[in-house]
Unconditional design. Sequence first.
Length: 305
Amino acid sequence: MAFALQAKTGAPLTRRRPPHTGIAWLFLAPFAVIFVVFTAIPIISSLAISLTDMKSADLQTPFGVDFSGLENYVSLLSDPNFVRAILNTLIFVVVGVPVTMVIGFALALVLNNGIRRFRSVFRGLFYAPVVTNIVSVALIWQYAFNQNGTVNEVLANLGFAGPNWLGDENLAMPVVLLLGIWRNFGTAMLLFLAGLQSVPEDVKEAAALDGAGPWRRLWSITIPLIMPTTLLVSVLLSVFFLQVFDEPYLLTNGGPLGSTESMALFTYHQFGFGNFGISSAASFILLIIVAAVSALQFRLLRSRS
């Protein structure tokens, strides 16, 4: 219609500004200010600090900080402690993510198909670890896995000598991993349950009429249809385990001998030591790894979803 009007009148066609643009920017302004002050400026400042040799002593004389370029990144990647922190973090991801997803998916299947009457009660019980205070849980966990704790008492009653779980380099990591899995399987369960409840019943009924058994329907219908949910759960859990901090910090503080120190905990320790440049560089390396893993997961799972 606009082109017809232009043909009749011969007047040039101009684009008008949407009438409510100013109001939209007015409502957007508070978020934009908060984002710039509390997110953009700290990120840019941290990136700038990562390119310097800034330490805690330089806070009183900030103009005495020297530009070091990529020296912090090079020294980190050649630091055996940081390399071990990277390997520990990868263990958290490689073991924690699939185990948590399997447990969450299994519980979601049980709640969706096997439990009808008390579904909300069990759903609340399974989700309770997510909202439970991690400090209280860590204290209980420490007592349970102490050398004289509950776990070793049970083993002693069965005739076995319990080890020093949190003081052994080979056993501390499984205990910390177990806490991380226990804390997060409720989130995976809740998301998978929502995905399962969105699968159309008529599709499953049609497959059953064609002779497909429960396992066949699960493998060929349910799992492909909830692939977007699987992608979401995988990315969320990967980000959590890549940035895992509370569990190793509260249980072992990264010990013994750095066997449970994650990249986030290493960054925290360096900041506490006053190595601000090193700490900022470590945080950006972690950011790059998180972005790379998330992009890889989207690449692998998005086509299937």
